[in-house]
Design a protein. Sequence first.
Length: 308
Amino acid sequence: MACAFLISMAYIMVLIANLSVFSIIQVDRQLHTPMYFFLSSLSILDVCYSTIILPAMVVNAITGNRRISYSGCFIQLYFFICVGGTECLLLAAMAYDRYVAICNPLHYPVIMNRRFCLGFVAGCWIAGLLNAIFHTLMTLNLTFCGDHHIRHFFCDVLPMLEAACSNIQSSQVLLHVVTIFLGMSPFLLVMNSYIHIISTILKIRSLERRQKVFSTCSSHLIVVTIFYITAMFNYNGPSSGDSFIIVQVSSVLYGILSPMLNPMIYSLRNQEVRKAFKKAMTRTQIVIRTIRLYNLNLKNVKLHALIS
């Protein structure tokens, strides 16, 4: 029960933080910029990420029943891979957005226009969908051993390959190729972007502004590095033996920890988001007070009518 409680709290935190960020960005017009458009997309991805795996883990922890249907396992596999691949590319798009904003600010409005940003995000989703289709079809063609026992918290590629009895060489090749294109390549793009960003930051004369920008970028870089390294290790780590526990831990890091950290690092530490959040809270309080005042006046009118 303690495990179920912790997972439930993690899921609730992910939902509250990410949905709050998404709602604030949608409501406040001042946040309708490319950077916050990408952040709102990331928030939705993180909600999807957690929803795919955490509710099922809570049910398993409460009931003790760790069984999942054959079709349910492949549905979970498909959506998890889809969202994971999409997020890998989206984080690279966000790093490119910051690179243009800091290193080429005069051309930023032209380069990062609405059409380009929409196309960028749509391309991330399409690549994620195609990646999920390839992996799911390859895994569906495998033959599984015995009672189909999977040594993992949820249905993922590497644990399912370990449980297979048939030849998995083609699936392993696909896994390595996809890891290079959706893992290593975006990660190198992110690192290259931040190298240029840090180089530009060091040229800023104002020490206070330099420290502020560097603090923000370093936080972004730490979170992104954790996500990419754990994800790449998860799909190219040990496939059997006692060391497989490391793969399970890495799955928790990028599947649960990242959705919890992303809204805090990317958004809630941002002054503009905090101002928008305070403004939204003030508006909410005004609405609540207005409703209460209206209800009070309505009660007084009814009471006056009864007395009359």
